[in-house]
Design a protein around this ligand. Structure first.
Ligand SMILES: [Zn+2]
Length: 170
C-alpha cells in the first residue's frame, strides 16, 4: 500500500457523492491518546476508507485501519508486538436528532460545524477499542510460569474457552 498521507479531516457527504476511496497513512506518533495505552512499533497507521451513499440516501464511510504496537503482558510484564486491526462502518450525523434516524447497523460519527469528520480521531478511537483489557502473551510465548497464581486477574478471564480446547483435538 502506498504511504499517501491522509487528510486529518474530510467532508464525508462530498466524498460520498464522488464515491471516493482513500487509501493511505496517518502518523502513529500523532495519536497521543492511543500511545497512552501502548507503545508505537510502526511509523504509520494504514487506513483505507470508502465513501458511498446507501439505498436510503445516507452517507456511509466504511473501511479498515491497522497499526503495529507493543503491549505489556500482564502475566510476565514483558512487552510484545500486537497488530491492531479494525473494520468500521460509520454514517455521519450533524446532530443528535439526525443521529437517531441512522439505522443501528451503522455506527454514528458526529460532523463538526464545517460538515467534516476528523478521520484521524475516528481511527484512533477505533484502535484504542481494540486494545485488550488485560493484554497477555499467548500462553506458549509467555515467560511467566503457566501455573503461577495470577492474583488480580478477574476469574472469568482465566477460564479456558472450551471451544479452544476442542480445537486442539481436531
Ligand atoms: Zn507474558
Amino acid at each position: 500500500m502506498q504511504n499517501l498521507k491522509l487528510p486529518i479531516t474530510i467532508n464525508p457527504s462530498r466524498s460520498a457523492q464522488r464515491r471516493l476511496v482513500c487509501e493511505g497513512v496517518c502518523k502513529l506518533s500523532d495519536m497521543t491518546r492511543l500511545l497512552a495505552e501502548c507503545e508505537s512499533r510502526s511509523e504509520h497507521v494504514q487506513v483505507s476508507v470508502k465513501f458511498d451513499v446507501d439505498e436510503r440516501g445516507l452517507t456511509v464511510m466504511s473501511g479498515t485501519a491497522s497499526a503495529l504496537v507493543a503491549l505489556t503482558c500482564q502475566r510476565c510484564n514483558e512487552s510484545f508486538d500486537q497488530l491492531l486491526e479494525v473494520e468500521f462502518t460509520f454514517s455521519p450525523a450533524k446532530n443528535e436528532e439526525a443521529a437517531e434516524k441512522i439505522p443501528s447497523y451503522y455506527d454514528v460519527v458526529e460532523l463538526d460545524e464545517n460538515g467534516e469528520v476528523n478521520l484521524r480521531e475516528l481511527v484512533e478511537e477505533e484502535l484504542i477499542l481494540m486494545i485488550p483489557l488485560i493484554p497477555r502473551h499467548d500462553i506458549q510465548d509467555c515467560s511467566a510460569d503457566a501455573d503461577s497464581v495470577w492474583g488480580e486477574l478477574p476469574e472469568e478471564v482465566e477460564k479456558p474457552n472450551p471451544f479452544d480446547i476442542l480445537k486442539q483435538f481436531k
